[in-house]
Ligand binder design. Structure first.
Ligand code: MSP
Length: 518
């Protein structure tokens, strides 16, 4: 594959971003960076979902026009994403003009396919999820799946013939078993579709904050049709003759989503695409939640972690690293700042940071910071280190292809430990004392060339750190370190390196006033 189009869900602008939102975005960023390293053409899109009842009500509560609330909160997402170092190519907003045009064209396609009819909807609706629920999905006024409160709605509505797509969807799941990841989620979706699909209400008449229904402005389009279509808009939409290259981004290679929005992405979205005669996404990766007190962190539960606060306390790379390292992608994990602090200190400051510091300092002390001549010596310790680096690269590559970031980042940090052990075992300070110059050259070379490898391997997870290491090694700054540079001997002899950067200051829980951490 020479191209990679990856998306995050677009975020509701009813409130400020929190850790759960940051997580989806950072996962997508790491994968986008990894694929850029592989030399692929990459498009990475994130953005905001701005229409619908939920946003309209939030705006009313704040005494703002919906668009004013959307502007304010879209700005907060943008700022946070900049702080998190996201490398997205576009930040799409569903109020963007090109998106509105694409959505209208999409609705016309569904109509032209004979998949839309006017009817009446009566049933439960949860504004918090922007979702319709069946009787058996509701208990005591709440949706069982999400806990969101539901209200009874009864109104004229346009319907999409979702029922027509039961068989085509089942055929697609069977034909492309790897599309929905992980497998448990695929099975969940398949069982849901096997249970039968009812036609879907895709317009509302009782509020106004949405895309007007083409030709019938009493209706606004159901927000999920609008929202899902963002992926297609951001791929260039319906071939713009002025810019045909843009449209070449469809279909998406990877949609990254939380498990709460699986049905929308794995059932509704492919059905809309089939109806519109568009290609289907190649993969849908479903991740689990960051929880607090055993529950999904969410604004409505008031149990969210403020990412800005964390970023005031920790390096951005420490937070990114932690989110990959501490929770498997597919599973849930309870967020603990104590563990974030502990990992930042032990794994990043003491392990990686110390390795960078001591290696570059020794090179400075014993060789004036100049990379020594590559010595072809065949010491078994050296060979073992080189072999381990090759094996780690293969592991990271494989696990990133499987979107298993936890295993990938763990392999990376274990490789940092292994390089630290190499330095402990070879004892450059003793070699210097004994005047064993050839051996010292070999060891110093292995240490700093090992650092170069680590900077390349860690780029997707720890982009700032990776750049700082490469800069200290005198490598070109600001460019994406290519995967093909992972070959032994890339660091040229005679290269002047600079003083080690301070990567991860050691943090003290008490000094931070964090003695009561969870
Ligand atoms: N607007 C819809 C998505 C439309 S995509 C066409 C939406 N927005 S959201 O803001 O509620 O959620 C956006 C993403 O954040 C979802 O993938 C959701 O799973 C994720 N998270 C929100 N809270 C989360 C946690 N506590 N933990 C991990 N991710 C969670 O849904």
């Amino acid at each position: 594959m020479d191209r990679f189009y990856v998306t995050t869900p677009i975020y509701y602008v009813n409130g400020a971003p929190h850790l759960g939102h940051a997580y989806t975005a950072v996962l997508a960023d790491a994968l986008a960076r990894h694929h850029r390293q592989l030399g692929e053409r990459v498009r990475f899109v994130t953005g905001t979902d701005e229409h619908g009842l939920k946003v309209q009500r939030a705006a009313e509560a704040e005494g703002l026009a919906p668009k004013a609330l959307a502007d304010k909160n879209a700005g907060r997402f943008r700022e946070l994403f900049a702080r998190l170092g996201l490398s997205n190519d576009r930040f799409i907003r569903t109020t963007d003009a090109d998106h509105l045009a694409t959505v209208e064209a999409m609705v016309h396609r569904l109509i032209a396919a004979g998949d839309v009819y006017l009817g009446g909807y009566e049933g439960w609706y949860a504004a918090a999820d922007e979702a319709f629920y069946d009787e058996d999905e509701v208990v005591d006024g709440r949706a069982i799946a999400s806990g969101a409160s539901v209200e009874w709605v009864r109104e004229e509505s346009f319907f999409f013939r979702l029922s027509r797509y039961q068989e085509p969807l089942l055929a697609w799941y069977a034909q492309e078993p790897a599309v929905i990841m992980p497998e448990t989620r695929r099975n969940e979706v398949r069982r849901f579709v096997e249970g039968g699909l009812k036609d879907l209400s895709i317009s509302r008449t009782t509020f106004s904050w949405g895309v007007p229904w083409p030709g019938d402005p009493r209706h606004v389009l159901y927000v999920w049709v609008d929202a899902l279509t963002n992926y297609f808009t951001a791929a260039g939409g319906f071939a713009d003759p002025a810019d045909p290259a843009e449209a070449a981004w469809w279909p998406a290679d990877l949609h990254i989503i939380g498990k709460d929005i699986l049905r929308f992405h794995a059932v509704y979205w492919p059905a809309f695409l089939m109806s519109a005669d568009l290609a289907l996404p190649r993969r849908i990766l479903t991740h689990g939640w960051w929880t607090a007190g055993g529950e999904k962190q969410s604004k409505s539960k008031g149990n969210v972690v403020d990412v800005d606060l964390l970023l005031d306390r920790y390096q951005v790379d420490a937070l990114r690293y932690f989110m990959f390292r501490d929770k498997p992608v597919a599973g849930d994990g309870s967020f603990s700042e104590t563990r974030l602090l502990a990992r930042s200190n032990a794994e990043l400051a003491d392990n990686l940071g110390n390795l960078v510091n001591r290696s570059l300092k020794m090179l400075e002390r014993y060789r004036g910071g100049i990379v020594p001549e590559v010595v072809a010596g065949d010491d078994p310790v050296d060979r073992a280190l080189r072999d381990a680096l090759v094996a780690t690269a293969a592991t990271v590559r494989r696990q990133m292809a499987d979107c298993d970031l936890m295993t990938a980042v763990t392999a990376f940090i274990e490789q940092c430990s292994a390089l630290n052990l190499y330095v402990n075992d070879t004892q450059p300070w003793s070699l210097a004392k004994r005047g064993e110059d050839r051996r010292l050259d070999a060891v110093l070379y292995h240490a700093v060339e090992g650092l170069r490898h680590l900077a390349i391997l860690g780029y997707a997870f720890l982009p700032e750190t990776s750049q700082a290491i490469l800069t200290a090694l005198g490598e070109p700054a600001g460019t994406v370190p290519a995967w093909t540079d992972l070959h032994w001997g890339g660091l040229p002899a005679g290269r002047q390196t600079s003083a080690p950067p301070v990567l991860f200051p050691k943090l003290d829980a008490e000094a931070l006033g964090l003695s009561d951490l969870t």
